[in-house]
Each structure stands twice: as C-alpha cells, then as structure tokens.
Design a protein around this ligand. Structure first.
Ligand SMILES: Cc1cc2nc3c(=O)[nH]c(=O)nc-3n(C[C@H](O)[C@H](O)[C@H](O)COP(=O)(O)OP(=O)(O)OC[C@H]3O[C@@H](n4cnc5c(N)ncnc54)[C@H](O)[C@@H]3O)c2cc1C
Ligand code: FES
Ligand code: FES
Length: 1347
C-alpha cells in the first residue's frame, strides 16, 4: 500500500459550510481548529480542561454510518477530536444552532430564560449536549436528558436550572417540579404547615414555560448532500494527511488497513482518541504515524447468533450500549447476565460524549487498570477476533491478555476486528461492581466483574471467575482463589474463605499508586459480599420452581441485609423555588424584585458572549507559557534556556532579570530568583509564535536545583517547626477555664477539612497589548480585581498606573480565585509584551492552573467543649490552623475571618477562638468563596454534633438550645438581631417536615443494616462584606446619550453572579426607563478607577448604591425638564436636556459601610450585616461501598427583598452545590514531594449533574427587611456554600447510625470531604476488620494529607 508524500485534502463541513484543509495537521484538534481558524473563528466552543472531562467543548458531529447507511448525530468533546478524523463529517457548533443575530434555537432560548446560565462558560457545551439529544429524540425522557448532560460540568449554577430548561422538552414533564411527591406545588398550601407554603404572595415560577417558542425539528440543518455523495464514493482510496511531526493514514478498505498495519506495526489505530489523546497530551506519548480505520465498515459489524453476540471493535461504547440493551430486551434473562452487567457499567462510564467517541476495541486494547468493561468481558469469557494479512485467529480476553503477556496478546501487525461475548446460561450469574468518588462521570477506584456457574440444580460452584480493576497496573484476576473455591457450596463458610483468599491474592502494597489502599482492599471483599448476597437471592428464585434436596442449605438472608443488593439509581432531580412576589402596585416596567434573565444569558447560550481568550488574534500577537518549579524548596543552581531558544517559533524567555520594576514582594516573587518555595512556583516564561511552540519549548528548559531544608507540607509539620505566616489571631469572651470546671461533661475532638480547587471553568487568562505611544498598555484579563492587576503591572514595569487600562468584559467563574492571582499573570505577560514589543496572550492549561494558583486553605481544628447534660454549652475552646502555603497572600485575612465567624449561630458565654496560618512548601492558598467560614464553621458544627452524641440528644436539639434568640452581641461585641435566623430555622424545619422525616430515617435504619440514612439541619449566620471601611466604597459612571440610550459603568465585575443585570435593574428603577434602554459594555479601569475587588458578597450592594447615586443625580438634573413636559417621552426630555446644556453624564459614589476590628481588644463592628439561612439534607449511604445518594435538601435563606430572585436563588443553589463538593467529593492529592496529583477533572471531582439532590427546594424567607442595603436586598454570593455542610452532617449522621448498630464508638475523627473512602472505612464491619493493615512507618505512601 503506497503512502503518498503529498497530503490529501481534508473535507468536512462546519455549520453547513464546507471546509477544505490542504495541509491538515493530525496533531490539531477540532477545538483549536474551530477557535483559531481565522476564517471560521468559532470561539463559542470553549477550552476548559483539554481532556474530555468537562464537556465545555461539546459539539455535534454527524456522520453517515458505514453499516446502516443512516445519518448519526452524536455529541463529542472537540478537545479530543483530531481534525483528520472528520473527513466526510458535518460538525455543528453552538454558533450553527442559532444566534441572537438571526434566530435563536429553542434550546438556547430556554437555557437562558430558565436562568441556566451564570458565568456562561459551560453553556455552549450544555446547549450542544442538549441539542444533540433533541436531534436524536425530539421528546426525550428526563432520564435521557440526565444522561446527555452527565458529561458536562458547570461550576456556577448547581445544575438545577439547566435541567429545568431541558425538562421543558421532555415528554413527561408537566411543569410541576414536585413530581414524585404525589402532589402539585400549587396545592401545597392546604396541607403544608409552613408559612412559606401558605402565603398567597409566594411565587414558585422563575420563568414562563408557555412563552417559549416550540421546538420544530424540521428547521434543523440538514446533512450536507455532498458528504452523502462522498460517503457513497466507490473508490475508497486511502487518505493521507502529513503534519509537521505526524502522518495520519485513513485506508478506505479493510484490506488496505491490514496492509498498512503490516507495514507500520508500531503505528496505533486511532478510533475515539480518548485513550491515545490524553496520553499524548499529558504523558508525552508520541506516534509519528496514526492509522485511522474510521471508514472501515467491517469494524462496525454486529452479528447475533444463538450462543452469543459479536460486536465490531470499531463500534462506539454508546452504540455497544444500544446493542446490549436491545439484546437484553430480546433474550430471556438467564442468557443476558453478562450483557446486563456490561450495561450497568456503560451507564456510568464517563459522560455521553466520551461514550460516543470511545470504541470498544480502543477500550479493550488500552487495558487501563480502571477499565470498567474488561473485568466483565473477562469473566464473561469474551474472545477477541484478530485479523492481519496473515489471516484471522481468536484469543480469549483472559487474565494473561489483560496483563499484557506477549504470548496472549495481539501481534504488532494484528488488529482487533470484533469481540465475541457469549450468552450466559441457566445456573450462571454475572455481576458488575464499581465504586468511584462520585456516581457519574468519574473513573472508578475499584471495579469488578464476577461470575459463578453452579452445578445444575445445586448451589455447588462449578466455575467461578473474579476480576478486579483499579487494584494494580492492569485488570487483575483472582484466578487462584476461584480455583480453590470450585466444588464449594454457596454459603457463609465459602464467603469467609473466599474473602480471605481474595485479600491474599489481590494484594495491594501500602504505597500503591492512586492511594486509598485500605479502602480498595475493603472494596475487594465488600464487592464479593454483595455478589454473594445477589447470587443467593437469585438461587432462591431459581430453586423455588424446581425444588432440589440441597435447597435447605441455602442460608436465609435477613430482610435487613437485602438493602446491600440495591444500587443507587440516578434520579432526575425535582424541586421548588419559592420567593416573594413584588408588591402588586409596583409598575410593570420596574424590574426590581423580578426574576429577570441574566443580561448575557442569550449570548452565553449562542456562544456570542466574548470571554478573554475569545478576543480575535491581534496583529503580531505572541503566546506565553509558564515554566514552573518541580521542587518544593530548593536553591536554583542554573537555568539553561539554550535548547528552548532553538525551537522554531520561540521568540524569547522572560526571567526575573527582565523585570524593569519590582518583582512582586520580598516574600512573594512574580518570577523566582535564586530559590523556589513550592512545586508550581513560576520561574520563567517562554514567548513563542504559537502556544504549541511555547509549550514544547518549556520541556527543553533545564533547571538544576539544590534541595533545601526543612521541607514542610502538612499542618502537623508546620506546627512542629513553628512555621507560621503571621501572628496568632484570637478572640475570647467570658472565663473559659472557670466555665470548664463547672460543666457536667467535656468533650475534645479534632476536625480535618481538606482544601478546595476553585475549578472556575475558564482558566486564568490575559491578553496584554502594548501601544506604540507613551508606554500605554491595554490589558484584557479574567479577573475579579482589575485595579489590582493594573497596580501590579504598574509596579512591575515601573510605569505610572495611568498608562495601563484593564478591561474585563466577563469572567468565566472566579469564586475568589481571580482576586489575587490574575495580577501575577498580567504582570508577567506585561513584562513579555514590554520586552518583545508584541501583544502577549497567556492562557493557562487546566493542569497549570490547578498546579500554580492554590485554592481554599486546608484546615485542622481542635475543640474542647464543656456542656451540661441537657445540652447547654457553657464553654467552647477552638484552635484552628490553616495551611497557607508558601506565601502570605490572603492567609492572614482568612484566619481573621475564620475566627470572627466561628461562633456561627450560637450564643455561648465562654468562648476562646484561636487561629494561625501555617507557612508550608505548597503553592500559596488564597481567597475562596466563604473565605474561611466553610472550613472553620465545620469545626463548630462538628463540636455540636459531638455534644449531642454525648447527651444522647439529636443534634438539632443542641443547635436549637444554643442558638442566638434575641437581640444580642457577637463574640466581637457587634450587636445584631437574630430574628431572621430563627425564622429561617423554623421555616426550614417546617418546609422539610424535619421531625417526621427524622422518625422515618430512624425507621429505615432499623430495617436496613447495609444502607443507612442520615438527616441534618444546619443553621447559618454569615457575615457579609470586608472587615475594613476602605473596601466598602464603589463608584459608577452613567452616560445618557442623545438618543436616550444609557451606558452604565460601575466598579463590579461580571463573574456570572449577574451583577450587571442587577445594576441595570437598579438604573431602570431609578431612571424609570425600561431595561432595554440601558447597556453595560465592560468594567474598565479607565471609566471607573480604583475599584475594589468584586468579592465578599457585597459587590451588588456597594456598586448598586453607586449606580443609584449616579442615576439620582441625573434624574435630579432632568427634573425641571420633566416637570415642564410631564407627558413627554424620555427621548424628548433627553433631547431637551442636551439643548439646554445639561450634563448627561454623572459619577455616582457610595461611601460605604463603616467596618473595623480591634484585634487587641477583640472588639469591633467588622461586618455591615448578616445573611441568615438554614438547610436540611437527607442522604442514604451504602455502608459496603461508602457511596451515598442525596435524597432531599431544603434551604431557607434570608435574602430580604431580593433584587432578582432568579439570580439570588441561582447563587444559593450554585454555592450549595459547590459546598457539597467541598464536603463530599473534592479531594486534593499531593505526593510526598509536594506535587499536586489532582490537576484535572479526572482526578478532582467537582459535583456533576447527577450529584444534585433528588429533591432540591430553595425558599427565600418572605417579609424580611433591612434598611442597610439597596432596596433591602442582601448579598448572597458566598453564604450558600456552608449550607452544603448539611449534606456532610447528614452523611455523618448515617455513619453514626451504622456505628451505633455495630457497637462501635460514635465519636470518630471528623474528616472532610466525606468521600466514599471515609464513609466506608468509618462504617467498620467484619470486612474492614479482615483487611491487612500496613505499618505506616514501613513504606512511603503515595500521597500525604496536608490538613
Ligand atoms: C474523560 C474520560 C473519562 C473516561 N472514563 C472512563 C470510565 O469511567 N471507565 C472506563 O473504563 N474508561 C473510561 N475512560 C477511558 C475510555 O473508556 C477509553 O479511553 C476508551 O474506551 C478508548 O477507546 P478509543 O476508541 O478512544 O481508543 P483510542 O484512544 O483511539 O485507542 C486506544 C488504543 O487502542 C488501540 N486500538 C484501538 N482499536 C483497535 C483495534 N481495533 N485493534 C487494535 N488496536 C486498537 C490503539 O492502537 C490505541 O493504542 C475515560 C476516558 C476519558 C477521556
Ligand atoms: S475542554 Fe474538552 S472536555 Fe474539557
Ligand atoms: S455557568 Fe456553568 S460554569 Fe459558569
């Protein structure tokens, strides 16, 4: 087969437009092609992870199926799709679906109008997943909707509104969100005791479904006829695409494929690229030739026979799922055991996009240790049909094949043509098990396939196979154990022996990569126990119609044990959002208090909303990539740049020597000089013509180090070395020592709270454009604090601030992570711009972003609490340590906030709170939504739970007993009125029917041994604002133009929290004009100077006042004109004002709240006001695996008079889900050398759509007022975060129930996140006791705990 040296033309379609690439490079992905191709410029498709794990880059690909000849539409993650794989395909991106300029697609309209967009960075991906679903199923079921969206991450919304928009297309959706409760929300008032439900002025609709345009499938883009003709081309010639380094060969016939494979045996076959792609990207794997069998129909053949099913290796996993589902529906149950086991895992394996792309062959051949299918295929006796030029042969998918033994493997010139999976038979049972950090879209920690065959009519084991994934370098077979159990009866004795043997055979060293070793060992036996019970159940069913003498041997399964058999099923969340309607006298045109859609909602949904990296390439632009330290604490001996500078396209390398001004601060350098303080510290930056060149050059820079000591990573070590960033912060009241002497009981405990990664969907990015005159610079940056970027660039370049203009159009999520860090990236890029004279674009990879930027501080807390037997707490002493990392950053402030907020909702007379920030050799931790409160208050609430356990009372009683009740003063002597706190608490108890459900939980727990439920209700008093007066100021600039249109500018940044929408609501009310007259263009340091970071939940408050002030000034100026012509129109008044030389531009200013704190005296008024709330959550845990499902959450929040209930409820829900992530799944893992392992969505699990509680209700407390804020509306940006802890405490409640039943001490060390690992190991039982334990002194663990 000749391989021509000239490239063929790559032909495909994008949004109905033909694309011909004459020099297609196999290394270019569809994502970068769409975004960077200067003709297409389709920036609606976003980059957020580059690994297929987040769905931000989802597009639809349509292809003609070579076997069925039908057109298939499927969603894919464009970041993993090589353009060369698209020959003959039609790609639809978000821009091809609809546009605000032409016609919106119903999907786009509905996601925006249902308030499913906040920052909007995930929205195009969501739209495309939903759109593809509708192309295939115009009226999908809710389950299909959930499945379609499970591969798309959103960090802002909490998913509920996104699902709500999708449900409007679903067949069964009737608009009532209380589905499943048997009653409609509209009928609730009759039965519900809660005042929230009884009140007439409470709304439960955030959008009007009836107003949506209908879906008309006939309006969709058709599959291009030219592509149909191409697909029918009988010539089927081989296509070759030569890139700079890689050649892509796509044969047209099977024969050619075999010939090519013989010629290039080392060349991999590239199918979905979901295994090859990530390996090439992050492991540096390189393949100069890639063979693409995409056009070979032989690899997609499916054939059904009487004894089994043969599936072509080229079939996608999504297709495999459909094939198996069909077969399961056709055949009797006994024949489909293996198929059902495979189906079970195919439901949770990755997201829909990956299942659409990944092939069965690629999956099998990749032999990932975590493979979900290989363990089942192996026990199911699947065989692999191999083909080469030499002929065909069959090999078993055996343990030897999985272990990669050459004798059992494919030969280099062979390909996998198809896989044969035999039917199961009567008396044979096959099951699959898997446990991951979360239920959906997460790689498994451990999985297993198990099969047993009994001698007919008996419970004697004739054949047994067990394989495990995740417990070694490959799928592991427990062959020896299985052999030894042959001939045994299926009873308790066999179970015990099997567990011992399995643990012996599937041994996992203490240092095993991936960690979680004891958990994994426990799962090995827990899974087998589940299998044992399942088979026992099935045996009983089988034996009933055919009584055999042996039947009396079958052990009885107690009803209480049956719960071990049920898996948690993904359920489509339901819920109600309640808020107070506006006064009936409020003019219709006045938008304040109404659920107005996010200003950019529609643009988010069409991809037309421009983010920093969507700004088109500017003339002479260069790209920057950062070089970071690989050592935690070391002297830099030398930096050799020579090899990097030799790489074509590399222009320069920026080091500290190039900085004309100051290089950060003495303790926190922008670019390292002489020494490094953590892995991930920035040392220098490469500037090149393309980002690819810049990244390649990084690999070539050689840095030599000399290790320094002591290296400190953990809080424990920092305390030992007295390594702190700042002095201790302390608050004290009453006489704590004396109080401890008088109490009935004292409890002491420890709490560990892990850190958290911001995981904003838009990574850090900046574009610096130097101007030709006066050293001026324009900086487009994704930041919460443009003034800080401006100031830092000024001092770094040593030029006055007035030469630098920072622009922020919108930010793709910040959560505190874009307050301090963007200044560092802005300054380094600015040095590059100054040195080279070129514009510099710096876009951080997800991996680098996670490595460099730090996140929420891990915390270690110790408490000592003294209380009376009735639960009244008399004395509380808490000492907290946070892991600040290697520089101060915000750590001192976080410590202060932590201490100030520790008391939460409780009035305790004798208190002592102390806090310290530890100096360690980790990347510096920084601001994060809640600023210390979510970590610190977990200590307080854990302490309450511990008191409850000691008093034998439910925790809610202790909470109630110790809660502030009347006007009072906090520990720092700030007066406040807790009335709304009590109201939230009571409403929450009422709306959630807490007491009833507490009884139901107890009933459930009595009846179920292996599943336990837990319920918790948590109160919250959250202080809003910065503890410094100077931060409570804001300015706005409002221009009225002569056509009557108004441009509003203010100092807040649009991070997704809807601040611009709220500001226009304010301006609309003040100027008494519709919002359509008003516009906000961007936040810029040139229009509003010296701004304060948009943070601390107070942005809308302060900037709203400034906008109000500006509008009032303008209206005052217009008053005489309006008076003179009261019947006139706005346009007429403006025209008259202009004629009369009245200024139509005004600056508004808000000289905000006073706030101070005297730490010497421990007194102050640090916060303008408090937000109160309460949340009740109920969960069910699986004691055998540690998994949990969230049954229900009810939140009541005191927003006072919400400026925009849709936005505020969105903030509460989004923060709650983010908090839930902090407390349950988000786990940062560091190596013993201080290297962050978890650097992407594979290893770091933020909540997915499947993690939303099955019932999720949010209510804003009605009739609440505050004179302090604009229109009496409170800032809600952060507070909801802590309410996520209600899920944590519900989990610990369930764990406590399990431990009580097992007679294990109830007081266990509280550790957040409550991951499946923690839950499983806390629910100790015979299986946890069985596992071997390692002496930690005998090995170096894979990871360390830094909290
Ligand atoms: C975000 C993400 C999440 C994931 N989650 C999971 C999960 O939860 N559980 C799980 O088990 N897996 C998961 N995976 C892995 C996924 O299942 C595999 O990557 C996938 O099945 C590989 O198929 P592919 O077609 O993409 O292979 P490719 O990447 O195209 O190829 C992989 C390898 O297979 C070889 N190959 C492919 N076809 C043949 C053939 N016919 N004959 C010979 N060799 C062949 C190639 O030469 C290559 O070496 C995930 C992957 C991603 C990216
Ligand atoms: S950017 Fe492609 S999946 Fe995340
Ligand atoms: S709206 Fe989904 S990530 Fe911001």
């Amino acid at each position: 087969m000749p391989c021509p040296s000239r490239s063929d033309e790559l032909v495909f379609f994008v949004n109905g437009r033909k694309v011909i690439e004459r020099n297609a490079d196999p290394e270019v992905t569809l994502l970068s092609f769409l975004r960077k191709n200067w003709i297409l410029c389709l920036t609606g498709t976003k980059y957020a992870c580059g690994r297929g794990g987040c769905g931000a880059c989802t597009v639809m690909v349509s292809k003609r199926d070579p076997t069925s000849q039908e057109i298939r539409h499927f969603s894919v993650t464009a970041c993993l799709v090589p353009i060369c794989s698209l020959y003959g395909a039609a790609v639809t991106t978000v821009e091809g679906v609809g546009s605000i300029k032409t016609r919106l697609h119903p999907v786009q309209e509905r996601i925006a109008k249902s308030h499913g967009t906040q920052c909007g960075f995930c929205t195009p991906g969501m739209v495309m997943s939903m759109y593809t679903l509708l192309r295939n199923h115009p009226q999908p079921s809710e389950e299909q909707l959930l499945e379609a969206l499970a591969g798309n991450l959103c960090r802002c919304t909490g998913y509920r509104p996104i699902l709500a928009s999708g449900k409007t297309f679903c067949l069964e959706s009737n608009g009532c969100q209380q589905k499943g409760t048997g009653k409609c929300c509209l009928d609730l008032e009759e039965n519900d005791s809660s005042s929230l439900c009884r009140k007439r002025d409470i709304c439960t609709e955030l959008f009007v479904k009836e107003a949506f345009q209908p879906l008309d499938p006939t309006q969709e883009l058709i599959f291009p006829p030219e592509l149909l003709r191409m697909a029918e081309d009988p010539e089927k010639r081989t296509l070759t695409f030569h890139g700079e380094r890689v050649t892509w060969i796509s044969p047209g016939t099977f024969k050619d494929l075999l010939e090519l494979k013989a010629k290039h045996p080392e060349a991999p076959l590239i199918l979905g690229n979901t295994s090859l792609g990530p390996a090439m990207r992050s492991k540096g794997h390189f393949h100069p030739i890639l063979l693409s069998p995409a056009r070979i129909s032989e690899l997609n053949v499916v054939s059904k026979t009487n004894d089994g099913l043969t599936i072509g290796a080229g079939c996608s996993l999504a297709h495999v799922k459909d094939i198996l589902a069909e077969r399961v529906s056709e055949l009797p149950e006994e024949k489909t055991q293996t198929y059902r086991a495979l189906l079970k895992h195919l439901k949770s394996l990755a997201g829909q996009q990956i299942r659409n792309m990944a092939s069965l062959g690629g999956h099998i051949i990749s032999r990932h240790s975590y493979s979900d299918l290989n363990p089942i295929l192996a026990v199911g006796n699947a065989t692999l049909n191999l083909t080469s030029e030499e002929g065909t042969r069959r090999i078993p998918l055996s343990e030897h094949f999985l272990a990669g033994l050459a004798s059992a493997d494919l030969k280099p010139e062979e390909i996998l043509e198809s896989v044969y999976i035999p039917h199961s038979q009567k008396w044979e049972f096959v099951s699959a098990f898997r446990q991951a950090q979360c239920q959906q879209n997460a790689l498994p920690d451990v999985n297993a396939g198990m099969r047993v065959l009994f001698k007919e009519g008996t419970d004697i084991i004739e054949d047994l196979s067990i394989t495990y994934g995740g417990v070694g370098a490959a799928t592991v077979s427990a062959h020896k154990s299985c052999q030894q159990l042959l001939g045994r009866q299926w009873d308790e004795l066999m179970l015990d022996e099997a567990c011992r043997r399995l643990l012996d055979e599937v041994s996992l060293p203490g240092w095993a990569p991936g960690g979680r070793v004891e958990f994994k060992r426990t799962l090995v036996v827990s899974f087998f126990f589940k299998f044992y019970l399942q088979v026992l159940q099935e045996l009983k069913k089988l034996i009933r119609p055919f009584p055999v003498p042996n039947s009396r041997h079958y052990p009885e399964i107690s009803d209480r044990f049956l719960s071990a058999l049920e898996d948690f099923q993904g359920t489509v969340p339901q819920g109600v959002q309640r808020y107070q309607s506006v006064d009936s006298h409020q003019p219709l045109q006045d938008p304040v208090g109404r659920p107005v859609m996010h200003l950019s909602g529609l643009k988010h949904a069409t991809g037309e909303a421009e983010f920093c990296d969507d700004i088109p390439m500017v003339d002479k632009e260069l790209h920057m990539a950062l070089v970071t330290s690989t050592r935690a604490y070391a002297k830099i001996i030398s930096i050799d740049l020579s090899k990097a500078l030799e790489i074509p396209g590399v222009v320069d390398v920026i080091t500290a020597k190039d900085i004309p001004g100051t290089n950060g601060t003495e303790d926190d350098k922008l670019l390292a000089v002489d020494e490094v303080l953590c892995v991930g510290q920035i040392i220098c930056a490469v500037v090149a013509e393309t980002d690819v060149q810049a990244k390649r050059a990084i690999e070539k820079i050689k840095i030599t180090y000399e290790e320094l000591e002591p290296i400190i990573f953990t809080i424990e070590d920092a305390i030992k070395h007295n390594s702190f960033l700042c002095p201790e912060k302390k608050l004290e009241q009453g006489n704590i020592e004396e109080a401890f002497e008088k109490v009935d009981q004292i409890v002491e405990g420890e709490v560990h709270v892990g850190g958290q990664e911001h995981f904003y969907m838009e990574t850090q990015r900046v574009l610096v454009i130097p101007k030709t005159e006066d050293k001026e610079l324009d900086i487009y940056v994704s930041t919460q604090d443009p003034a800080h970027v401006q100031k830092t660039v000024s001092s770094t370049l040593n030029i006055p601030i007035n030469r630098i203009t920072c622009h922020v159009k919108r930010v793709g999520g910040g959560f505190g992570g874009k307050i301090g860090r963007p200044a560092v990236f802005g300054a380094i890029a600015a040095v590059g711009a100054l040195k080279t004279g070129h514009p510099i674009r710096l876009v951080l990879d997800r991996e680098d972003d996670m490595l460099i930027t730090g996140g929420r501080h891990p915390l270690f807390g110790k408490y000592k609490v003294g209380f009376m037997n009735n639960g009244r707490i008399k004395a509380l002493d808490i000492e907290c340590f946070i892991n600040g990392g290697c520089t101060l950053d915000d750590s001192e402030l976080v410590t202060e906030f932590l201490i100030l907020k520790l008391e939460n909702a409780y009035k305790i007379r004798n208190l002592r709170f102390r806090g310290r920030a530890c100096l360690t050799n980790l990347p510096s931790n920084t601001a994060f939504r809640g600023f210390g409160f979510p970590q610190g208050t977990l200590v307080t609430e854990s302490c309450i739970t511990a008191v409850a356990a000691k008093c034998g009372l439910p925790p809610e009683k202790i909470r109630e007993k110790n809660m502030y009740r009347t006007v009072d003063k906090t520990i720092y002597k700030q007066a406040f009125n807790p009335e709304s706190l009590i109201r939230c608490w009571n409403e929450c108890l009422d709306t959630s029917s807490f007491h009833n459900r507490r009884m139901q939980v107890e009933e459930f727990n009595k009846k179920n041994y292996w599943k336990k439920r837990g319920i918790a209700v948590i109160p919250m008093k959250f202080s809003v604002g910065f503890a410094a007066t100077s931060y409570h100021q804001a300015a706005a600039l409002v221009h009225i133009y002569t056509d009557g249109s108004v441009l509003v500018t203010h100092g807040g940044n649009e991070l997704g929290q809807g601040i611009h929408t709220k500001m226009l609501q304010v301006a609309s009310r003040e100027l008494k004009i519709p919002m359509s007259y008003l516009h906000i263009c961007e936040t810029s340091t040139a229009t509003v100077p010296n701004t304060i970071a948009t943070a601390a939940s107070i942005g809308a408050d302060t900037n709203g006042r400034a906008v109000q002030n500006a509008c009032q000034i303008l209206l005052k100026r217009l008053e005489p004109i309006i008076k003179k012509n009261p019947e006139g129109t706005w346009e007429e008044w403006i025209e008259a004002a202009f004629e009369q030389r009245i200024s139509l531009s005004a600056t508004g200013y808000f000289r905000g709240y006073k706030a101070f704190m005297d730490w010497e005296k421990g007194e102050g008024d640090p916060f303008p006001y408090y937000v109160y709330g309460a949340a009740c959550s109920e969960v069910e845990i699986d004691c055998l695996t540690g998994a949990h499902k969230k049954i229900r959450t009810d939140i009541v929040m005191d927003a006072c008079c919400s400026l925009n209930p849709a936005i505020d409820i969105g903030q509460i829900e989004g923060a709650f889900i983010q908090g839930m992530g902090l407390y349950t799944t988000e786990e940062l893992k560091y190596s013993p050398e201080g290297v962050l392992y978890s650097r992407g969505p594979d290893e770091y699990k933020i909540p997915t759509i499947s993690d939303v509680p099955e019932e999720f209700n949010v209510s804003l407390l009605p009739s609440s007022q505050t004179p302090l804020t604009i229109y009496s509306s409170k800032g809600l940006g952060e507070s909801g975060m802590f309410l996520g802890s209600s899920v944590f405490f519900a989990i610990t409640d369930a764990v406590a129930a399990a431990r009580r039943e097992r007679d294990i001490a109830e007081d266990f060390t509280v550790k957040s996140p409550a991951t499946p690992e923690w839950v499983r190991m806390a629910c100790a039982d015979r299986f946890t006791e069985m596992i071997p334990r390692d002496d930690p002194k005998t090995f170096k663990p894979w990871s360390i705990t830094v909290a």
